[in-house]
Design a protein around this ligand. Structure first.
Ligand SMILES: [Zn+2]
Length: 246
């Protein structure tokens, strides 16, 4: 936006200096050009989807000054920063990443007060499990490949991107809707789709493949999910590829 303001001031200054009815057409063309260039210049820096995202790529594109209000220790610092590159709208959202012994490998939720707060003031908590049951131990973030780590954090960030579009009352509804398998299938599937649309499709693909290979299952429905239930909740590798190429 700074680029736009400077250009408007410049435009007004030049307009004042040279205005005559004869020059009007030139000024109209100039104005359109200035606004076009400013909008292009003030857009967020874009990162492109990467088949294998690397630490190098993240370090090249990440700038500390572009992101605020994130609390985390150094454990998964660059994976989280890598994800942030693909969620520029969450650059200043308050998010705390914490490590904890808890059964579910990764969760994202708003803080309780979020129900009463505008999106700008809300705080979110992403919990990364450090210890779970032996069956799900291979799914802990620390046991995944770098690409899959970025993918699954990207999924959690996709929840927050969605929450930021919602009114506070939505969180109460969501708490109740956890009892509906159909609602939650749709909720998680849409979250994966949003993650792909943000540019992290290949990272989500790595996660989706790893979870299926490690647990030898066809569909991943969360740690509380019935493994015989073959409905898709989190996207399968095939579905992810379909959305990447959509
Ligand atoms: Zn989820």
């Amino acid at each position: 936006m700074a680029g736009l303001s400077v250009s408007v001031i410049l435009f007004l200054a030049i307009f004042d200096e040279f205005y005559t009815p004869f020059n009007m057409k030139i000024f109209v063309v100039y104005a359109i050009l200035v606004v076009f260039i400013s909008i292009t210049a003030s857009a967020q820096p874009l990162v492109s989807p990467q088949k294998e995202i690397t630490l190098d790529y993240i370090q090249q594109h990440y700038s500390d000054t572009s992101y605020t209000n994130k609390t985390m220790d150094s454990t998964f610092l660059w994976q989280i920063r890598g994800v942030m590159l693909y969620y520029p709208k969450l650059a200043h959202t308050h998010i705390k990443f914490r490590l904890k012994d808890t059964p579910i490998p990764l969760t994202a939720r708003p803080r309780v007060w979020a129900i009463f707060q505008r999106p700008k003031h809300r705080q979110y908590l992403i919990t990364i499990s450090t210890k779970t049951s032996p069956r799900f131990e291979p799914l802990l973030l620390k046991n995944l490949s770098f690409n899959a780590q970025v993918g699954v954090i990207g999924h959690e960030m996709s929840h927050i991107a969605d929450f930021q579009q919602r009114r506070g009352l939505y969180f109460i509804k969501l708490a109740f809707m956890h009892i509906s398998k159909k609602y939650m299938d749709n909720f998680e599937n849409k979250t994966d789709r949003r993650c792909i649309q943000h540019g992290l499709g290949y990272q989500l693909l790595s996660w989706s493949k790893e979870v299926r290979e490690k647990l030898k299952i066809a569909q991943w429905r969360g740690i509380k999910g019935d493994e015989k239930d073959t409905r898709e909740r989190y996207m399968s590798p095939e579905s992810i590829m379909k959305w990447i190429n959509y």
